[in-house]
Write a protein that binds this ligand. Structure first.
Ligand code: NAD
Ligand code: DAU
Length: 378
């Protein structure tokens, strides 16, 4: 095999798309999916690749330093693409310790295992890469603004030169200072700092990316889009936090996976790249698109389910707006999102409606209890 790459968190939402892309595109690489299989990890996400000769699954906790070190030695690993994390903001508000353990200590354990193994080789860092996947939430929150009195969304031109709709005149750029607000984003920020420190202190060849909200197949239905699609289907209430005015910048998950492939191979060492879709949506407007799409695809009258919208107590510390400026990545490496949002949402809704078994499987048992607890009193 030409390369041996560990992809951590490969049984999760984004990780499973990255594993699929790498296994299919690079038969000459050995792809090792290292995942603890928490509630969010699901090997059913990878049924189509599990029999391929260049794919291997290893059930392991990234915090298991000895285990990771031995795996790297045994498999002669020369690349790590690190996605494993606790990823849900609401869970981090209830249980911050697990987030610090996995996202901070787990990342540190991987870094140290990679450092010891790679430094022990004659060629040392040459041909090696540690790629850390992070989030735009480390930058904090942006405001909704009204430049020259124009009501958002207004048309603006990104530094990439393209027009898009925006809810404010500021964007997350790579040089912004970190200002995380939730325990989740604080833990991700800390892990980003450790990755940078391993480059600056030891010379490890690292790269970090900070991406906006992903959507698409195989996302665990605690996150807005799959949760709401499933609730609309079953005519269950849609718990909209606060006034539904928060803004997120949505990117189709396969476009994120393509960016990861490009940056793993061609990104500059020690650089940070922001990844986003220039695709801002106010939650309530997005929710209405979901309702109309589900209703249409199920043959219901359009808008029949608008009455499911239920405003509930806001998320504590709820960030108002995320908006990524991904023009550095577009200019330096030529990446662009391939899908229009309308197309991506249609594909996504169809996928969840056609894969009810997958949904039933992940929403049964413990998750049901968690979900009821989460919305009790909201
Ligand atoms: P996810 O919650 O769907 O999947 C996380 C995966 O990590 C699961 O398979 C889980 O079993 C595994 N995992 C958790 N703890 C582990 C541990 N201690 N050891 C080994 N495996 C462990 O997450 P996701 O939404 O796919 O996000 C993947 C990564 O991308 C995360 O690092 C997240 O911070 C980042 N990210 C996500 C988004 C998004 O919109 N989902 C956007 C930007 C960045
Ligand atoms: O920006 C990238 C981040 O996007 C990732 O780093 C996180 O891992 C990922 O979970 C996501 O974080 P968000 O908190 O933005 O995603 P979530 O799907 O939880 O919520 C999207 C928006 O919808 C947010 O403003 C909160 C709101 N919301 C969410 C849920 C689950 C609701 O109004 N009701 C809900 O039930």
């Amino acid at each position: 095999m030409k390369r041996a790459i560990i992809i951590t968190g490969g049984a999760g939402f984004i990780g499973s798309h990255v594993v699929r892309l790498f296994v299919n595109k690079y038969p000459e690489y050995k792809i090792i999916n290292l995942d603890k299989l928490t509630y969010a990890g699901n090997l059913a996400n990878l049924k189509d690749v599990e029999g391929k000769p260049n794919y291997k699954f290893v059930k392991m906790d990234i915090c298991d330093f000895e285990g990771v070190y031995k795996l790297m030695q045994d498999e002669h690993v020369d690349g790590i693409i690190h996605l494993a994390a606790e990823s849900h903001v609401d869970r981090s508000i209830k249980d911050p310790f697990t987030f610090a353990q996995t996202n901070v200590m787990g990342t540190l354990s991987l870094l140290q295992a990679a450092k010891l193994y790679w430094e022990s080789l004659p060629e040392k860092w040459e041909g090696k890469r540690f790629y850390h996947i992070s989030t735009d939430e480390v930058y904090g929150a942006l405001e909704l603004t009204h430049p020259q009195g124009i009501e958002p969304p207004f048309s603006t031109k990104a530094s990439s030169g393209k027009h898009h709709l925006a809810y404010g005149d500021k964007f997350f750029t790579e040089d912004l200072k970190y200002l995380p607000h939730s325990p989740y984003s604080a833990a991700k920020a800390a892990s980003d700092h450790f990755v940078r420190a391993y480059h600056d202190t030891y010379g490890m060849p690292t790269v970090v990316t900070n991406c906006s909200n992903n959507y698409g197949p195989y996302q665990f239905p605690e996150k807005l889009i799959p949760l709401f699609i499933n609730n609309i289907r079953h005519k269950k209430p849609l718990p909209v936090y606060g006034k539904g005015e928060n803004v997120r910048d949505w990117l189709y998950v396969e476009d994120h996976a393509r960016a990861i492939d490009l940056i793993f191979h061609e990104g500059k060492i020690a650089e940070t790249y922001n990844i986003g879709g220039f695709n801002e949506w106010k939650n309530i407007d997005l929710i209405k698109v979901l309702i109309n799409t589900v209703d249409r695809l199920l043959g219901r009258a359009e808008g029949e389910d608008l009455n499911l919208i239920t405003y509930v107590t806001d998320r504590a510390g709820h960030d108002m707006r995320y908006a990524i400026d991904s023009s550095k990545l577009q200019k330096e490496l030529g990446w662009e999102p391939s899908l229009q949002f309308e197309e991506g949402i249609e594909k996504t809704v169809r996928w969840y409606l056609e894969n009810q078994d997958w949904m039933d499987n992940v929403t049964s048992g413990d998750y049901q209890k968690y979900y009821e607890e989460m919305y009790k009193g909201r």
